[in-house]
Design a binder for this molecule. Structure first.
Ligand code: TTP
Ligand code: MG
Length: 366
């Protein structure tokens, strides 16, 4: 036993758990006729809505989260299209999180279906984190009849990358001594936080893998990316300081997009804000949270970045309130129309759960 876990010694033992095709799996569980079928959870294919998720059977048709539902329907006309039932998913999520908490109090929930556990010390005094990950997966399945994938690693970002590698129902283990091998051929895009923009800049520097990124001098990365460069350098070496924080709570939810070219046309920018508002509102609904402060982020063509915000008297009840507020900020508080814009972001901050929000508004009445 000691032999097996020695590679983790002197470091942390982190498990990242991510449920497989979460919303779709819950639907397949509750309607056995859907088992083995392409199930797509999202909005109406007749509207401009997007796919929340789909079963692994549907993924074979090229369908994925955030794809327009209409496109999913074209790719898989025989697919079974369902509306999401957030209340049900929230209840299942609560059960899963309470299972995780029986192993260690150090559980950081990241979304409805995803969490990190620091099992360096755990309630069962099990030394081998892989044994624990297997137990946790079995436990979740026994109670919910749903499968999860797990990543086991010495830190959070490696555990997250690992949990995605053998989906569905897999476990990927990255012991400390295997970290360099694990990162060598891993595409830089797999590093959490590396989006299309960073990927593009790195690609222009001929860097496609974490192994190649590791060899870039620290100074060059900092010159290119500032603080983010420092972070990238550490990640390429498999290092991270973050601790699993059970009290972490998302206080802001946002969406943003970098455009293929810089934009001056205000009507185009407003249309883009409508899409961002729909996405953000959808995510708020999914998490069952509300907030009153609307934040607009603008990055101009010269990379100058500004954020402007407005606090409403009530949380937005629909996406178009978000959209209207963002358009108002864009018009009155930015140089949109005069100075070309490369990125727009829209967020809601000061987030509260519906229960907290209800309590606050009751207090405000007295
Ligand atoms: P994910 O864990 O990203 O996806 P998943 O669980 O459906 O599939 P897998 O992990 O096996 O790849 O997201 C969890 C849930 O969050 C997902 O079931 C639906 C929801 N979701 C959205 O509503 N919109 C999105 O764009 C994404 C990515 C997820
Ligand atoms: Mg998942």
């Amino acid at each position: 036993m000691r032999q097996k876990t020695s590679s983790f010694y002197g470091s942390k033992k982190i498990i990242h758990i991510d449920m497989d095709a979460f919303f779709a799996a819950v639907e397949q569980r509750d309607q056995p006729a859907l088992k083995g079928k392409p199930v797509i959870v999202g909005g109406n294919p007749q509207s401009r809505s997007v796919v929340s998720t789909c079963s692994y059977e549907a993924r074979k048709f090229g369908i994925h989260s955030a794809m327009p539902t209409a496109q999913a329907k074209r790719l898989c006309p025989q697919g079974i299209f369902l509306y999401p039932n957030f209340e049900k998913y929230r209840a299942v999520s609560k059960t899963i999180m309470s299972i995780l908490n029986t192993y260690t109090p150090l559980v950081e929930q990241v979304s409805l279906d995803e969490a990190y556990l620091d099992v360096t010390e755990n309630r069962f005094n099990i030394e081998d984190p892989v044994t624990l990950a297997k137990l946790i997966k079995q436990h979740i399945f026994a109670v919910t009849h749903l499968t999860a994938s797990a990543g086991v690693a010495p830190n959070m970002f490696l555990a997250k990358i690992a949990s995605d590698m053998k989906k569905p129902n897999g476990i990927t283990v990255v012991p400390l001594e295997k970290v360099p091998d694990f990162l060598r051929d891993l595409p830089v895009r797999k590093i959490p936080g590396v989006g299309p923009r960073t990927e593009e800049i790195l690609s222009k520097m001929n860097i496609k893998t974490c192994g190649e990124l590791k060899d870039v001098p620290f100074k060059s990365l900092c010159e290119k990316f500032g603080k983010w460069g420092m972070e990238l350098h550490r990640k390429a070496h498999g290092e991270e300081d973050r601790e699993v924080n059970p009290f972490w709570e998302r206080t802001q939810l946002s969406a943003e997009e970098t455009f293929a070219k810089d934009i001056t046309d205000i009507s185009w920018l407003k249309r883009k804000l409508a899409q961002l508002a729909e996405n953000v509102f959808h995510d708020l609904q999914q998490e069952g949270r509300t907030g009153k402060t609307i934040v607009l982020k603008v990055k101009y063509h010269d990379f100058e970045q500004i954020t402007r915000s407005k606090t409403l008297s009530l949380p937005p009840r629909d996406w178009y309130v978000l959209h209207e507020t963002a358009c108002d900020l864009l018009k009155k508080k930015t140089l949109a129309g005069k100075k070309p814009i490369r990125l727009l972001g829209l967020g809601v901050s000061g987030l509260k759960s519906p229960k907290e929000a209800a309590l606050t508004s009751q207090k405000e009445l007295f």
